[in-house]
Write a protein that binds this ligand. Structure first.
Ligand code: NAD
Length: 284
């Protein structure tokens, strides 16, 4: 089992040193977040984000916008943060107010401060192999593989799921490591057979129990990105991934479970993007 919590703690220690080095030069790293009022889940997530940032010595400022704000108001908030040199990094909690299109607002975030990697300019630069801020879940998957010593060059890797923010960026990063990447979706035929031919299987479909032991080549590395809430036999709600972890673990080599795998590392990767934005800002 890959211990994502331990890897995240190790990364946070490295980041704390980098934040301290910037502070020693008189530079306070700062992350600003935009939150639409009224969504309890997003509010909890924002408070967790604050705690995680402040633990590293990163300043965190939350900008709450009314839930009846229009697009011009949300864009004005983004633009004021773009223009503020004290803000190194920006993130935006969804959902936005009704009628405000997330993609248009995300495209307005300064790519150099876009720590969630949601501005299409960042993914475009990543395609060209240029410096860019890549979505944190994809960074987390790559980090887990790297830290387990998986040399991706020449390996057959399956990425289940093709969303713009999760599946496609994962596939892109694997390609950049010279892996042979199969990117599949819910219409893909003969998926179990393809999966069985792969050295690495990464599932980001959002389907509990999708990946069974029959899909896995003995010794293959399995990374579960799914986060699904299901009701257990006790009637209580549980978080599970896409992989039948206990059964697949009998066949797989390394396996990253849910919870405790990709999730905590994703949070650490967001903070890594924040620190990199601040370091880069100093070079301009
Ligand atoms: P999405 O719904 O936007 O995309 C799902 C993708 O999976 C689509 O391309 C779809 O075609 C594919 N898919 C669905 N069912 C499939 C099947 N049976 N076989 C093959 N492909 C199938 O979802 P998303 O936003 O990309 O998120 C995917 C999962 O990852 C969700 O469970 C989400 O909660 C989780 N997630 C985890 C993290 C993390 O940090 N661990 C971050 C973001 C999202």
């Amino acid at each position: 089992m890959i211990d994502g919590r331990a890897l995240a703690a190790e990364e946070r220690r490295v980041l704390a040193d980098r934040v301290a080095a910037l502070a020693a030069q008189g530079r306070q790293v700062r992350l600003d977040a935009i939150l639409t009022e009224g969504d309890a889940g997003a509010e909890i997530y924002a408070q967790r984000q604050r705690a995680g940032a402040e633990q590293l010595g990163v300043g965190f400022q939350l900008h709450t916008i009314p839930n009846d704000a229009d697009e011009a108001e949300v864009l004005a908030c983004v633009q004021s943060l773009n223009a503020d040199p004290g803000v190194h990094a920006m993130m935006m909690f969804l959902p936005l107010p009704d009628g405000v299109e997330a993609e248009r607002v995300q495209a307005a975030i300064d790519p150099a401060k876009d720590v969630e990697g949601v501005n299409p300019a960042n993914i475009g630069n990543a395609v060209f192999g240029r410096r860019s801020l890549v979505p944190c879940t994809a960074l987390a998957v790559r980090h887990l593989l790297e830290r387990r010593g998986v040399d991706l060059c020449g390996l057959r890797c399956l990425v289940i799921g093709q969303s713009n923010i999760v599946g496609k960026p994962i596939a892109l990063l694997l390609m950049r490591s010279d892996a042979t990447v199969f990117s599949v979706n819910r219409s893909t035929k003969d998926l179990p057979e393809l999966a069985r031919s792969c050295d690495v299987v990464i599932s980001a479909a959002g389907v509990p129990g999708l990946v069974t032991p029959e899909w896995i080549k003995p010794g293959a590395t399995v990374i579960d990105v799914g986060i699904n809430r299901i009701k257990g036999p006790d009637g209580k709600s549980h978080v599970v991934g896409d992989v039948q972890t206990a059964e697949v673990a009998e066949v797989a080599g390394d396996i990253s479970p849910v919870p405790g795998g990709v999730g905590p590392v994703t949070v650490a990767m967001l903070l890594r993007n924040v620190v990199e934005s601040a370091e880069q800002a100093g070079l301009d």
